[in-house]
Ligand binder design. Structure first.
Ligand code: BGC
Length: 777
């Protein structure tokens, strides 16, 4: 019955032919010079010629439809609107059954049978959850990151989805902002590489294949620069800073062919991004050549009224004219565009253009050929959380951890003796999935306790105590539970909880304390003004320290934290972010040395929140601090040094690495020329291990002041114990370029410094000159 109907639909759209006719048509197509693009445009021209104004506006409407126990909750209006052709896309609905229910409604009951596009917040995995994006970025491993997106694509496509609201590539320098968890940290070069890897992973090379999904680059733009780290807040920034420091990852994703873009909530220099024509049309389309569609963020159009730029009718016209094609949840277009057209505040061509872009997206996804994209319960069952994906999640999670401290080889742990496993996060499954594991099932997550039991073997005795609650602030607990409902609180006094943990520790050989934030403390609308360990967790660590037992701190958190006491007093600190479904197993692999940690920080960890924003690629002042404490008129604080606690790029290993001084292939690079930088890295310790060798550049004197150093290359290499390898970094003139104050992308002749090392601080350097003329090697 369904098949018959589908056939009818496709025939009515002119898409299904008998096999013989099909073969003839294919032959004609091959013989003609019609490109795929022309074919798509002809198809859309034909379809649009049949569409009413209402139906065109309907394509610009993106709605959210939630679930009840058995399928999507479809309110009356949604039903009615889908049937009237007033819905272009749906999000928050997945599973073969639920997606089919709505797709059937659109195909069978709407006049033109235009398929719906199903989107969702697939951010770091769909059912198999990978580490949060900040953790993924700390792997510095593009293959692993691409793999995580590929697995997410396979799973979400099998679950009825076409479109994922990822990657989030907002550069973020303020750890108070909870959404730093969702991005790749502070660096535009690394962020650009990761943006490309994610787009490749989701979209593959052919979007019409039914195991790919369309990616959505977000949040365009500069959302990560919200003032004071407070979510949704204003952004005010010079154009050179935007172009050099914040825009590169968005541009990289566009160049990688991302199919869609989500406009951000914030305003940029006074104009909300969602109604910002310079941003969404001049920059995105005219300068960067973006061809896909732009969806707004959730109710971002009506929020423009709060921004203070007009009433509903005005913001409707402003957003559409700016280039926001699809209205997420606001239904402002649905209510206003027809009248806007009558009033002359929008033109028919603009509505048509936006409608065309949405239809093009659907066409590229193959939805007009197969609106169900081969989705079935059987396929979902065979795909979701299959063993191979779980293994990938475990492997990628191990790569994302950063060893922040390891005194006297406190780690790896021995597989013998007694371990006191304490801390509020040791047994938690919920938090491991992080804040954006939309379809992830926390019950499937492996807790640290379970992971340790899985990996340690029978030679280890494990004794446990909670030791503290994540927080004791009732208002915060209520707030967190209102959204994710999982923070169970031990009602005993904090003294009792700590005493119990101390007792357990006293009888053990080593203490492993799993502490940090709950997943709801980072992510959207989760800014914090104090970024230390919440609640009584630091008191717990202090009490554990007094037992004299080796203290291993395992951190779970979605942002850089201030960890001064921890850094001075713990024997080892392992940063594990929120590590996903296989988190506990991956953490245990690292704790017991089955995997040697190799992650490096992608955001600076400050000593104090008062230093924020603190980032490695800052400019120099006219009065840089020079380590002379009595020098008064220097750029410094009276009460704290300028240094971070852990710099960008930092992370230890169970082994050690030495670096040679960088050697340059020449002392001069000509404009348009190249230069090689060679450095020998040696594994000088007792374990095989991976190292991320990092290369930074400084443009010593420019037409404008330039950052003190900028990442321009990195290589992650595996070195066996005792092995050394010479790495070559190939620099081109492009690596020396930046946007000057006229926004020209230029390399300026003069002196450059090259720094190579294991992080952004501990480097050795060499110098060269960029010359105007031809190579003078
Ligand atoms: C977030 C986006 C997300 C969207 C849809 C918004 O609140 O800012 O990142 O994709 O909701 O759920």
């Amino acid at each position: 019955m369904k098949r018959t109907f589908r056939t009818a639909v496709l025939l009515s759209l002119g898409l299904l032919l008998s096999p013989a006719l099909h073969a003839q048509k294919a032959a004609r197509a091959a013989a003609s010079s019609t490109t795929d693009e022309q074919k798509m445009q002809r198809f859309i021209d034909d379809l649009m010629s049949k569409m009413t104004l209402e139906e065109k506006i309907g394509q610009l409407n993106l709605i959210t439809v939630g679930f009840d126990v058995t399928g999507p909750v479809v309110s009356k209006d949604v039903d009615v609107n889908i049937r009237k052709g007033l819905v272009g896309g749906v999000f928050n609905t997945y599973t073969p059954v639920a997606a089919r229910k709505l797709q059937d409604m659109a195909l069978k009951e709407s006049r033109l049978h235009i398929p719906l596009m199903f989107g969702y917040d697939v951010i770091h995995g769909h059912r198999t959850i990978f580490p949060i994006p900040l953790g993924l970025s700390a792997s510095w491993d593009m293959t692993a990151i691409e793999r995580s997106a590929r697995v997410a694509a396979e799973e979400s496509a099998a679950d009825g989805l076409h479109w994922v609201f990822s990657p989030m590539v907002d550069i973020a320098r303020d750890p108070r902002w909870g959404r730093v968890a969702e991005g790749a940290g502070e660096d535009p070069y690394l962020g650009s590489q990761i943006a490309r890897a994610m787009v490749r992973g989701y979209q593959g090379t052919d979007l019409s294949k039914n195991n790919t999904v369309m990616a959505c680059l977000k949040h365009f733009a500069l959302y990560g620069a919200a003032e004071a780290g407070r979510d949704y807040n204003t952004t005010d920034m010079s154009l050179p800073r935007m172009y050099n420091e914040y825009l590169p990852p968005y541009k990289a994703a566009i160049e990688a062919g991302v199919g869609s873009v989500m406009s951000s909530f914030n305003d940029i220099n006074g104009i909300p991004a969602t109604g910002n024509k310079w941003l969404l049309t001049d920059l995105l389309r005219k300068q960067w050549g973006f061809k896909g569609f732009v969806a707004t963020d959730y109710t971002a159009i009506p929020e423009m009224i709060n921004h203070g730029v007009g009433n509903e009718a005005q913001v409707s016209a402003m957003a559409l004219n700016a280039g926001a094609d699809q209205d997420m949840v606001g239904e402002v277009y649905l209510r206003n565009l027809a009248q806007n057209l009558k009033d002359g505040t929008v033109k028919q061509e603009i509505i048509d253009l936006s409608c065309r872009r949405i239809l093009e997206g659907k066409y590229k996804l193959g939805l007009f050929q197969d609106p169900y994209r081969g989705v079935s319960e059987k396929r979902a069952k065979a795909t979701l959380m299959k063993k191979e994906f779980l293994d990938d999640a475990r492997d990628v999670a191990r790569k994302s951890f950063v060893l922040l401290k390891n005194d006297k080889n406190a780690l790896p742990l021995k597989k013998s003796g007694t371990i006191a496993l304490v801390g509020p996060l040791a047994t938690r499954q919920h938090d491991l999935l992080g804040n954006w594991s939309a379809a992830g099932d926390w019950k499937q997550a492996v807790s640290v306790e379970q992971g340790i039991r899985n990996v340690a073997g029978s030679g280890v005795k494990i004794v446990t105590a909670q030791g503290a609650n994540i927080t004791d602030d009732q208002l915060l607990i209520d707030r967190l539970n209102a959204f994710s409902g999982a923070l169970n609180i031990d009602k005993r006094s904090s003294e009792e909880l700590i005493q119990e943990a101390v007792k357990v520790a006293q009888g053990a050989d080593v203490v492993v304390a799993v502490v940090g934030e709950s997943q709801g403390m980072s992510g959207e609308a989760a800014s914090r003004s104090d970024i230390s360990l919440p609640g009584q967790q630091l008191e717990l660590l202090k009490a554990l320290k007094k037992t004299g037992k080796p203290l291993v701190v395992v951190l779970m958190n979605g942002r850089p934290l201030t960890l001064n006491w921890e850094n001075q007093n713990a024997d080892a600190i392992l940063e594990t972010w929120f590590a996903g479904t296989q988190g506990g197993n991956a953490i245990a692999d690292v704790l017991f040395g089955a995997y040697n940690p190799s992650g490096k920080l992608t955001m600076t960890f400050p000593q104090s929140v008062g230093q924020v924003p603190l980032y490695y690629n800052h400019k120099s002042t006219g009065r840089p601090f020079n380590d002379q404490p009595l020098d008064k008129y220097k750029s410094r604080y009276l009460d704290i040094s300028n240094e971070p606690l852990y710099p960008f790029g930092y992370g230890l290993s169970y082994t050690t690495f030495s670096y040679s001084k960088p050697e340059l292939s020449a002392s001069t690079m000509s404009l348009g020329g190249t230069l090689d930088v060679k450095v020998t890295v040696k594994n000088t310790g007792n374990y095989d291990g991976e190292e991320v060798a990092q290369l930074y550049l400084r443009d010593v004197a420019g037409s404008v002041s330039r950052p003190v150093r900028e990442l321009k290359g990195f290589q992650k290499v595996m070195l066996k114990k005792g092995e050394s390898r010479t790495l070559t970094f190939h620099l081109t003139t492009d690596d020396l370029k930046f946007y000057n104050n006229d926004l020209q992308w230029v390399a300026e002749p003069g002196a450059f410094q090259v720094f190579v090392g294991p992080n952004s601080r501990d480097t050795q350097d060499a110098s060269f000159t960029l010359s105007n003329g031809s190579a003078a090697n």
